[in-house]
Design a protein around this ligand. Structure first.
Ligand code: SF4
Ligand code: SF4
Length: 446
C-alpha cells in the first residue's frame, strides 16, 4: 500500500464528527428521485403524476443517452413532478406504499459477472439505475462504456470531511464489494483503491481481504482522498486524464443489484449539527430531508458538503450522489463587538482568530465576516490548493475571456474541493467560477 502525500490542503480540526454507531430509519411517506444533483444530465421524464411505479421502475432518463435510467427508490404513486428554471426537471416524488414490489432482474453470481458479455453487463447496469455511479474525468460525466480506461479509482471515503465511514458501509456488504470489483475488472486492468488513513482500521475490522485490496492511503487532510486530488497524485500518463472513478457506496450498490436482481434501496447517511453528535443513519435512497433532521432549525442552512455541496430546501430529498447532511449556522447578521472577540471556536486559515493557536475542534458557520471584495493578490487560494493551481490567475484569465490561458494554467486539474473559496479573504467564489468554466468547456466540446 502506498501512502499518498499532499503538500497543501486543510488539516481541519472541526467539531461535530458523526458517531460510529448506525441507526435505522423507517420508510418515510414520500421518497424523491432528484435530477438536480446529477452533473451534466439533460433529464427526460418517463412517468406522469398519479401513475403507480414499482421499486426499480424508470422515472427519468438522460436525453444524451436514453439507455441510462434513473429509477424509483420505492413503490407507490407519482405524487409530484418538480420543475426548476426553464421547466428543467428537478425531482420526481413518490408517495410510498408500505411494501415494496420490485422490478426483477436475473441475479448473477461472481462467476456470472466474469463470464457475462461486457455489452450485456453495461445494458443491465444502465437499465437498473446503477451505471451512473461510474464517473469519468475530467468533466465527471457518466463513464463512456465504449472507452476502456487506463485506470479506475475506487474512493472508499465520500466527498466530505463528514462522509459515512467505509467500515460502516461495508458491514454485511463484503460479497457485494467483491461483485462490484469484479465489474470494474471487466473494464480496466489497473484499479486504485483509496481510503483515508483513519478509515483503515474500520475497513480491516469488517474484512481483511477488502483491506488487502487498498492500494493507497491518504492523510486526513482535506481533500487528499477526493478522486480529483488522488488522480493528480498518482497519474502516470496522459491516457489517465480520462480515468473513471466510483465511490464505495455506489460500488456496493452495483454489487448488490447484480447479486440480488433488485434495485438496492438503502444507503448510509451522516448528519452533522453544531453541538450535537449523530450516529450514522441507514436510510432509503431519496429520503426526505424533513424525515432525517425534523424541523428546519432557524438561523441555519443545510448543505450536502462543507466545502462543495448543494444547499437543500426544507422539502428536498437526498439525491443519488449525496450522503452527508450538514446543518450549518448562518450566525448573527452582525456580531456585536466581533472585532474584539478572540474566536477560540472559529476555524481559521489566516490566523484571524485565536483558534489557530490551539488544536481544539472548531465549529464552522456560514458567516462571511464581510462582503465580496476585489482580489488583493494575497495568494491564500494558491497556498491551499491541493493540486498546485493558481486559482486567482485562472479566474483572471477566465474573466479576460482567455480560455486557452486558463487551460494552460491547469483549469481542468481542479478537483472542485472548494478550499480556495473557503480561504479567500475577499470572499470570491473561486470554485464556482472554475467549475462553471470547466462545465462550459466540456459542453462546448460535446
Ligand atoms: S482551484 Fe480551488 S477548488 Fe480547484 S482544486 Fe484548487 S483549491 Fe480546490
Ligand atoms: S485568496 Fe482571494 S484575494 Fe487572495 S489571491 Fe486568491 S482570489 Fe485573490
Amino acid at each position: 500500500m502506498k501512502i499518498l502525500k499532499i503538500s497543501r490542503g486543510f488539516d481541519l480540526n472541526v467539531a461535530e464528527q458523526p458517531d460510529l454507531n448506525c441507526a435505522q430509519l423507517a420508510l418515510p411517506s414520500s421518497l424523491g428521485c432528484c435530477a438536480g444533483d446529477i452533473p451534466h444530465i439533460r433529464p427526460k421524464l418517463l412517468v406522469k403524476e398519479g401513475q403507480r411505479v414499482k421499486t426499480g421502475d424508470a422515472l427519468f432518463t438522460d436525453k444524451r443517452d436514453t439507455t441510462i435510467q434513473y429509477v424509483s427508490p420505492g413503490t407507490g404513486q407519482v405524487e409530484k413532478v418538480i420543475y426548476g428554471h426553464r421547466r428543467r426537471l428537478m425531482e420526481v416524488v413518490i408517495a410510498t406504499e408500505s411494501e415494496d414490489e420490485y422490478v426483477e432482474y436475473d441475479p448473477v453470481d461472481l462467476d456470472g459477472i466474469i463470464d457475462m458479455p461486457r455489452d450485456a453487463l453495461v445494458t443491465v447496469l444502465k437499465k437498473g439505475g446503477l451505471w451512473q455511479g461510474l464517473r469519468q474525468f475530467p468533466a465527471l460525466d457518466f463513464a463512456d462504456p465504449d472507452h476502456s480506461p487506463a485506470l479506475i479509482i475506487v474512493v472508499m471515503d465520500g466527498n466530505d470531511i463528514f462522509s459515512p465511514r467505509p467500515g460502516i458501509i461495508l458491514k454485511d456488504n463484503i460479497t457485494a464489494f467483491e461483485a462490484g470489483m469484479a465489474v470494474l475488472r471487466r473494464f480496466s486492468n489497473r484499479l486504485a483503491v483509496v481510503c483515508r488513513k483513519s478509515s483503515l482500521e474500520g475497513i480491516r475490522e469488517q474484512s481483511s481481504s477488502v483491506a488487502d485490496q487498498i492500494t493507497h492511503a491518504a492523510p486526513d487532510i482535506y481533500p487528499a482522498w477526493l478522486p480529483g486530488a488522488v488522480l493528480y497524485q498518482i497519474k502516470q500518463q496522459a491516457a489517465e486524464n480520462s480515468t473513471w472513478y466510483i465511490r464505495l457506496d455506489h460500488l456496493v450498490m452495483m454489487g448488490r443489484f447484480l447479486l440480488s436482481g433488485r434495485y438496492p434501496v438503502e444507503k448510509i447517511v451522516t448528519i452533522t449539527r453544531p453541538g450535537e453528535q449523530h450516529p450514522h443513519m441507514r436510510v432509503r435512497q431519496g429520503m426526505p430531508l424533513s424525515a432525517l433532521i425534523g424541523a428546519m432549525p432557524g438561523n441555519s442552512i443545510v448543505t450536502t458538503g462543507r466545502f462543495n455541496g448543494r444547499v437543500l430546501e426544507k422539502d428536498a430529498h437526498i439525491g443519488f450522489f449525496e450522503n452527508t447532511v450538514n446543518i450549518i449556522e448562518t450566525g448573527p447578521e452582525e456580531e456585536m463587538f466581533g472585532f474584539a472577540r478572540p474566536g477560540l471556536d472559529k476555524p481559521t486559515l489566516s490566523s484571524t482568530f485565536l483558534s489557530s493557536l490551539f488544536r481544539r475542534p472548531a465549529n464552522m458557520d456560514c458567516t462571511l465576516h464581510g462582503e465580496t471584495r476585489a482580489c488583493i493578490n494575497c495568494s491564500y487560494c494558491e497556498r491551499i490548493c491541493p493540486n498546485d493551481l493558481m486559482p486567482s490567475f485562472i479566474m483572471k484569465a477566465l474573466h479576460a475571456g482567455e480560455l486557452e490561458d486558463a487551460l494552460a494554467l491547469g483549469l481542468m486539474d481542479c478537483c472542485r474541493c472548494g478550499l480556495c473559496s473557503f480561504a479567500c479573504p475577499s470572499k470570491i467564489e473561486l470554485t464556482r467560477i472554475l467549475s462553471d468554466a470547466m462545465d462550459a468547456y466540456y459542453k462546448d466540446k460535446q
